[in-house]
Design a protein around this ligand. Structure first.
Ligand SMILES: NC(=O)c1ccc[n+]([C@@H]2O[C@H](COP(=O)([O-])OP(=O)(O)OC[C@H]3O[C@@H](n4cnc5c(N)ncnc54)[C@H](O)[C@@H]3O)[C@@H](O)[C@H]2O)c1
Ligand SMILES: [Zn+2]
Length: 368
């Protein structure tokens, strides 16, 4: 077992992200060093419970912690207001008090749900994240956003809640289904475009090893992505400015997820499609060079991220962009990356978006 500790500083609290391989065996020691809790609710989903639940629960019990197991169904539907209420009721029944903690073992769904419960139960108790998907390790476990979906849309209720510790064990990623793997790699590609040309080149060179899930390259990209996100959120916890860059690819990405029907196109795959479109739109709106789009295509292709199937319908996609909570004051704001390592955020009018979407879709059908 070897690991790296990355400190994360935020206005509302500091914590460490511990990243390495074969860490679950030491999870209990690492968690106990981060929180004084005598009782912990281990929140996880059915899939992750079957694979890793016993190891984590057993380790914590052996170290003297009272463990309350809370297992929710796998999938986005568990990120609901109702499910959050049920989890909080379980915390109360088990008599967890202000000195106790919630441990989230799972992907972004479990992390967002458990984090939200930890934020509101008794107005806030300690919270530890053990992310088990690539997406959760590189993105959702860092930054302090927690929440649930409402009928009106995704992530519409939530709270900022910084964890006491994030424990990212890349060994658990071995069991991740293939689509979840590529979906996570897409978020890594996003980070690389925002970060630097160097990171893009490294990812392209390491792509075969990453697709093979080789341990060291995976540890390296998780570290690089967490470093990037930690630096951004340290500067802008509440998304007043810099943090908006992390929405790169998400404007069209979220619209695709909605129009295709949630679950039909995995989040990261939708984001990658959004990045491809943003690069084209950037040429029209901010005069970005074509080489950037070509390079980004090369990166996404190398990572095995194929273009998804969804309704090529500019009108519906535009409507969905407006419904997204991130469209402020009626105008859709786009993150553009004119060259790797540099981004700008620009409001773009509907006519321009629709025009470039139509051009893009027409180009596809001409190529066959
Ligand atoms: N809070 C944030 O800042 C933030 C950022 C990005 C995304 N998110 C949220 O994250 C969620 C998506 O997270 P996700 O992609 O991790 O999905 P997820 O949590 O649904 O996990 C995907 C699937 O993989 C399974 N799984 C998890 N770990 C596994 C493992 N090690 N081996 C085998 N199977 C495993 C799960 O049971 C599930 O079926 C969305 O709700 C999104 O809104 C939040
Ligand atoms: Zn995302």
């Amino acid at each position: 077992m070897s690991y790296t500790r990355l400190p994360v500083t935020t206005p509302t609290g500091d914590y460490e992200v511990v990243i390495g391989a074969e860490l679950l065996g030491s999870a209990a020691d690492l968690i106990r060093a981060a929180t004084p809790a005598a009782a912990m609710a281990l929140v996880t989903d059915e899939n992750v419970w079957a694979l890793y639940g016993a190891a984590v629960a057993g380790g914590l019990r052996d170290s003297g912690v009272r463990v309350v197991e809370i297992v929710v169904p796998a999938g986005e539907a568990s990120k609901s207001w109702q499910r959050a209420g049920e989890v909080c009721e379980r915390l109360a029944e088990a008599r967890l008090d202000r000195t106790d903690a919630v441990v989230a073992l799972g992907g972004g769904v479990v992390g967002d749900l458990a984090g939200f419960c930890a934020a509101v139960y008794l107005r806030g108790i300690d919270y530890v994240q053990v992310p088990t998907t690539l997406l959760a390790q590189v993105d959702s476990s860092v930054g302090g956003k927690t929440g649930v979906d409402l009928a009106a849309g995704k992530n519409l209720a939530g709270a900022f809640k910084q964890p006491s510790l994030v424990l990212a064990d890349v060994s658990v990623l071995a069991t991740l289904p293939g689509t979840e793997w590529t979906s996570g790699l897409a978020e890594v590609a996003k980070v690389a475009m925002l970060e630097s040309r160097e990171m893009v080149d490294v990812l392209i060179a390491e792509a075969p090893a990453l697709l093979g899930r080789d341990e060291q390259p995976v540890v390296d990209v998780v570290l690089a992505a967490v470093r990037h996100k930690a630096a951004v959120v340290a500067a802008d916890e509440r998304e007043a400015g810099e943090r908006e860059s992390l929405n790169y690819g998400h404007t069209l990405g979220h619209a695709i997820e909605q129009v295709a029907g949630y679950g039909a196109v995995p989040h990261g795959i939708a984001v990658a499609e959004g990045m491809r479109f943003a690069a084209l739109l950037a040429e029209v709106v901010v005069g970005a060079p074509e080489q950037t789009r070509v390079l980004q295509d090369q990166l996404l292709d190398a990572l095995g991220i194929e273009r998804p199937t969804y309704p090529r319908d500019a009108r519906r996609l535009l409507d969905a962009m407006h419904a997204d909570k991130k469209a402020r004051s009626g105008t859709v704001r786009y993150v553009f990356v004119p060259e790797p390592g540099r981004h700008v955020v620009v409001p773009v009018d509907d006519a321009t978006i629709a025009h470039v979407l139509d051009l893009w879709f027409d180009g596809e059908s001409e190529r066959g």
